[in-house]
Design a protein around this ligand. Structure first.
Ligand code: PHE
Length: 452
C-alpha cells in the first residue's frame, strides 16, 4: 500500500483541524442560533457545552484516528475486527456527505454574495428595499443558486484532489490566518456603526430568564456542528497526525480557535443586526440579510470603504466554508482510497458529484420544490435537522463509547500521553470526561430532542 500522507507540522495540524471547525457554523449558524435563544446567557451555556462535552469527544475521535491511522471504517475494522462497530464507521462516512450536500448550497450563497460585492450591487445606487429583499429573491430562484452551489463544490473538489499536504494543508495554512485578520477588521467596522451598542450589550449582559430546556440542546448541537464532531472528520484528520504530535494540545488549540472565532463572529454580526434594526431571532437568513443592508447604508457616506468591507466579509465566509467543506469530502475520499484502493482523483470526483446532485435538491427546495415536505420540513431543513439533531450526536456518542468502553485504557493512555511522555497528570480527567460526562451529555440532548 502507498505510504499514507501526514501533516507536516503542529501548525499544519491545528490549521487544518481549525480549518474544518471554523466555518459557516461560526459565522452563519452561531449568530442566528444565539439570536434565537437570547444572547449572552446562551453563550455561557455554549462555552460549557464546548469544553465539557464536545472537547472530550474531540479527543476520543483523535485517539481512534491516530491509533489506527485509517479512515473511519478502516479504523473500526482494525481496532475492533469482526464487530458491529464497522457500522459506526460506515455511518460516519455517510453523514459528512449528507452535511456537505446542503452546506455546499450555503457555501454557494457566499459565492454569490461575493460576486455581488465585487460588482458593487449592494453598495452602488441600490435602494434599501432591493438590497434587503435580495436574499429571498436569490435563494428562491432556480438556476442562480444551483450555479453558485456548483462553483463552490468545484472549488472543494479542487483542493481535495491536491491531497493532504499539497491541497488541504497548504490551503488551510494560508486561509486560516487570513480569516482571523479579515474578521477582526469587520468587528472594528461593525462596532463603529450607530446603534451597535445595543448589540454589544446583547452579547455581554446575560438574561437567564430566556434560557429554556431547548436552549441547552441547541447549545450542544451547535458545539457539535461547530467542532465538526461525530462525523468522522476529526478522526480522519487525526489519522494524518504524526505520532510525536501532542493530541491534547492540538485538540485544545482547535477548540479554543473555534470558540474564539465564534465569539468574534458574533461581535461582527450582532452589533450590525441591532444597528440595522433587524430582529436577532429571525433565523438562517440573518447574516445574509443584515450585512448587505449595512454595507448599503454605509456606502452613502463611504462608498469605497463599504465596498471593500463587503468584499472582505464575503471572502471570509467563503474561505471559512471551503476549509470545512473540504474536511467533509475528505472523510469519504479517505475511505475509498484506503479501503477500496481507488485512486484519489476518481474517489474525489465520484463523491463530489454525488453530493452535488443531492445539493441541487436542497437548493431547489427554497424555490420550485418548496412545496415538497418531509415530516413537515423542506428538503434542506430536513437534512439539516437530520444531521445536526441526530447523526452528529449519534456519531459522537458512538465514538466516545468506543474509546471509553471498548478500547483498553492502556491504549487510550498511550495515545493521549504519547507513551507516557506528556499530559500524564491530565489523563485521568480527560478519561473521565470521555467515559462518563460526554456520553451522558449527548444522551440528554437526544432525549430532549425527542421529548421537548
Ligand atoms: N464545523 C464546520 C462549521 O462550523 C461544519 C462541519 C461539520 C465540518 C461537520 C465538518 C464536519 O462550519
Amino acid at each position: 500500500m502507498k505510504k499514507r500522507e501526514r501533516f507536516g507540522s503542529r501548525f499544519a495540524v491545528i490549521a487544518a483541524m481549525a480549518g474544518s471547525a471554523v466555518g459557516l457554523g461560526n459565522i452563519w449558524r452561531f449568530p442566528y442560533v444565539l439570536g434565537q435563544y437570547g444572547g449572552a446567557a446562551f453563550i455561557l451555556v455554549y462555552i460549557a457545552a464546548s469544553l465539557l462535552v464536545a472537547l472530550p469527544i474531540f479527543f476520543a475521535e483523535s485517539v481512534i484516528g491516530r491509533r489506527s491511522g485509517r479512515d473511519t471504517y478502516g479504523a473500526m475494522q482494525l481496532l475492533a475486527p469482526g464487530t458491529a462497530w464497522k457500522w459506526a464507521g460506515l455511518l460516519t462516512i455517510l453523514s459528512p456527505l449528507l452535511i456537505l450536500s446542503y452546506y455546499s448550497v450555503v457555501g454557494g450563497w457566499s459565492v454569490e454574495f461575493l460576486f455581488k460585492s465585487l460588482s458593487f450591487t449592494f453598495t452602488e445606487n441600490a435602494s434599501e428595499a432591493e438590497v434587503s429583499g435580495y436574499f429571498g429573491h436569490f435563494i428562491s430562484s432556480t438556476w442562480q443558486p444551483i450555479l453558485s452551489h456548483t462553483l463552490f463544490m468545484t472549488m472543494v473538489a479542487g483542493v481535495v484532489l491536491g491531497g493532504v499536504k499539497n491541497g488541504i494543508e497548504r490551503f488551510s495554512k494560508v486561509a486560516m490566518p487570513l480569516l482571523f485578520v479579515l474578521i477582526l477588521f469587520i468587528v472594528g467596522y461593525s462596532l463603529t456603526l450607530p446603534g451597535s451598542r445595543a448589540g454589544v450589550e446583547y452579547l455581554v449582559k446575560p438574561d437567564f430568564s430566556r434560557l429554556n430546556a431547548d436552549a441547552y440542546a441547541a447549545a450542544l448541537g451547535q458545539a457539535f456542528f461547530s467542532l465538526s464532531l461525530g462525523v468522522g472528520t476529526v478522526l480522519t484528520y487525526a489519522s494524518y497526525v504524526k505520532k510525536e504530535e501532542n493530541l491534547v494540545v492540538s485538540g485544545v488549540g482547535t477548540a479554543v480557535s473555534d470558540l474564539l472565532f465564534a465569539m468574534i463572529a458574533a461581535f461582527a454580526v450582532m452589533p450590525a443586526v441591532f444597528a440595522a434594526g433587524i430582529e436577532p431571532g429571525s433565523g438562517p437568513g440573518l447574516v445574509f440579510q443584515t450585512l448587505p443592508y449595512i454595507f448599503n447604508k454605509m456606502s452613502q457616506a463611504m462608498p469605497i470603504t463599504s465596498a471593500l468591507v463587503s468584499i472582505a466579509f464575503f471572502l471570509t465566509i467563503l474561505a471559512a466554508a471551503l476549509t470545512s467543506a473540504i474536511s467533509m469530502l475528505e472523510v469519504g475520499v479517505a475511505y475509498l482510497v484506503d479501503e477500496k484502493g481507488m485512486e484519489r482523483r476518481k474517489a474525489t470526483l465520484l463523491l463530489a458529484f454525488g453530493t452535488w446532485l443531492l445539493g441541487v435538491l436542497c437548493s431547489l427546495s427554497f424555490g420550485p420544490l418548496a412545496h415538497i415536505k418531509l415530516l413537515g420540513l423542506s428538503f434542506f431543513d430536513f437534512l439539516d435537522a437530520l444531521c445536526s439533531n441526530w447523526l452528529l450526536p449519534l456519531g459522537g456518542v458512538l465514538f466516545t463509547l468506543f474509546v471509553g468502553w471498548r478500547m483498553s485504557k492502556a491504549d487510550v493512555r498511550d495515545e493521549l500521553t504519547n507513551g507516557g511522555t506528556c499530559n500524564v497528570r491530565l489523563f485521568g480527567l480527560v478519561y473521565f470526561l470521555m467515559r462518563y460526562l460526554a456520553p451522558i451529555g449527548i444522551v440528554v440532548v437526544f432525549l430532549s430532542n425527542l421529548f421537548l
